[in-house]
Design a binder for this molecule. Structure first.
Ligand SMILES: Cc1cc2nc3c(=O)[nH]c(=O)nc-3n(C[C@H](O)[C@H](O)[C@H](O)COP(=O)(O)O)c2cc1C
Length: 191
C-alpha cells in the first residue's frame, strides 16, 4: 500500500476511475441544516481522535464521523473538517488514534470540541505504541497508520491501517439528534 497525502488526491482518485460531481450535481444538494437534522436521526458513537504534529506536539478533536472500513487488512476512516486545527496536522502525520468514548466521558467530548487552546488540560492519557495519545478509561482505542486521504467536499477522509486495538466492557457515549445520550439498554455486565 502506498502512502498518499491530501495534495496528491485529485489526480490519484480520478486516475482510479472516481468522478467528481459536476455543477448540476451541486445545485441539487439539500441545504446543510436540513442535512444535519436528517442524518442526526441516526445515532452514532463519539470519539476523540489524537495525532501529533511535526514537533511531536499532540492534538485532539471530537469526531463522530469515524467507521471501520476494511477487515483484511483492518482499516478505519475518519472524516475531518478541512477548517479544523487538526486538519493540517493529519495531512502530514504518519498515524492517528481513535479513542471511543464511554457514556461517562461526555465532558471529554465537550472539551475536545471546544475552542480551548489546550484541549488536553486535566485529561489523563498516555502514548500508545505509535506515540499518539490514548485517553484513560476510553471504551476502546484503535491506533492507525495513516495510509491514504481523500478530499470530499469540506472534509477529508483520512484512512488508517489499524496497528493496535483494545476495548473494555462499558456503555458507549452516543450522539443523537444534536444531543449526547447513551443506549437505553445497558449490557448486563455494565449494571
Ligand atoms: C459530537 C460532535 C461530533 C463531531 N464530529 C466531528 C467530525 O466527525 N469531524 C470533524 O471534523 N469535526 C467534528 N466535530 C467538530 C470538532 O470536534 C470541532 O469542534 C471543530 O472541528 C472545531 O475544531 P477546531 O477548533 O480544532 O478548529 C464534532 C463535534 C461534536 C460536538
Amino acid at each position: 500500500m502506498t502512502d498518499m497525502r491530501v495534495g496528491e488526491l485529485d489526480v490519484i482518485s480520478r486516475g482510479a476511475g472516481a468522478t467528481a460531481p459536476d455543477e448540476s450535481t451541486y445545485s441539487s444538494f439539500v441545504d446543510p441544516s436540513t442535512f444535519c437534522a436528517v442524518v442526526g436521526h441516526s445515532p452514532c458513537g463519539v470519539s476523540v481522535v489524537t495525532a501529533r504534529d511535526a514537533d511531536g506536539c499532540s492534538h485532539g478533536i471530537t469526531v463522530s464521523s469515524y467507521a471501520s472500513l476494511s477487515l483484511d487488512p483492518p482499516m478505519m476512516l475518519i472524516c475531518i473538517d478541512t477548517r479544523s486545527r487538526i486538519h493540517p496536522v493529519l495531512s502530514v502525520a504518519r498515524s492517528f488514534a481513535v479513542n471511543i468514548l464511554s457514556a461517562e466521558q461526555e465532558s471529554l467530548a465537550r472539551q475536545f470540541s471546544s475552542r480551548a487552546d489546550d484541549r488536553f488540560a486535566g485529561i489523563r492519557c498516555s502514548p500508545g505504541k505509535s506515540g499518539d495519545l490514548l485517553i484513560a478509561d476510553a471504551l476502546a482505542f484503535l491506533e492507525c497508520r495513516l495510509v491514504n486521504a481523500v478530499r470530499a467536499g469540506d472534509h477529508t477522509i483520512f484512512i488508517g491501517a489499524v496497528s493496535a486495538a483494545q476495548a473494555r466492557d462499558g456503555t458507549p457515549l452516543l450522539r443523537y439528534r444534536g444531543a449526547y445520550t447513551e443506549p437505553l439498554t445497558r449490557r448486563p455486565s455494565d449494571m
